[in-house]
Design a protein around this ligand. Structure first.
Ligand SMILES: [Zn+2]
Length: 212
């Protein structure tokens, strides 16, 4: 069944989603990046340094290949370094057609507060896990956690290495002190999954602060 976010042309949908996420505080300033497959071996992604509350679908996107290389670079448009993470996920998960990366306060705070040796964030066994494909009576699943690096290519390589041998229990990953990335088979599914992950992170953030 066709759903609203997949009925729009990809760049228009991504710009509208970014404005929505910006209003929710998940994409402050120019933070975060959103992408959607545009064909075999290529995807559209938000360009670097563009304010996420007011993206221009015609100007603020780049089309890149699955190595993250721009297929065309309009003047003044730069690819985001974080494109490498999107590319790694599209290569690893052929069924993924959209990938959403945001810098929410809950994601930054919950991941920052984890012990230094942690490699995952256990998720609470809440009903909303069904939105991430987890249908168990007492689920014990975790979000994969990655170290943050100034050189984003290091994060992308770590994601590729880990997921090559171990598929995550949920279609999402967390970068410490940074943000969350979610993917889906459609833009609508990725959007819905991101809302579920952010719900879980807000729950954990509230639990940690003593305000459930
Ligand atoms: Zn980021």
């Amino acid at each position: 069944m066709s759903r609203p976010w997949d009925e729009l042309p990809p760049r228009e949908a991504l710009a509208a989603l970014a404005a929505d996420f910006h209003r929710r505080g998940w994409m402050a300033g120019t933070a975060g990046n959103l992408s959607a497959r545009s064909g075999a071996g290529r995807f559209w992604i938000t360009a670097s340094g563009c304010p996420k509350g007011c993206l221009d679908p015609g100007r603020d996107f780049l089309e890149v290949d699955l190595d993250g290389r721009p297929l065309d670079t309009p003047p003044g448009v730069r690819p985001s370094a974080e494109t490498a993470i999107h590319a790694a996920l599209y290569r690893r998960f052929p069924e993924a057609s959209a990938c959403l990366h945001v810098h929410s306060l809950a994601a930054a705070r919950v991941s920052h507060d984890l012990p230094p040796e942690a490699v995952e964030l256990p998720l609470p066994p809440l009903e909303i896990l069904k939105g991430l494909g987890v249908w168990e009576a007492a689920p014990r699943v975790a979000l994969p956690l990655f170290a943050n690096h100034l050189e984003v290519a290091r994060i992308a390589r770590a994601v590729a290495r880990r997921f090559a041998v171990e598929a995550p229990a949920v279609p999402a990953l967390l970068i410490r002190g940074h943000g969350v990335t979610v993917w889906g088979e459609s833009l609508q599914q990725a959007h819905d999954r991101l809302e579920c992950v952010e719900f879980l992170l807000a729950y954990l953030d509230g639990a940690g602060s003593g305000t459930p």
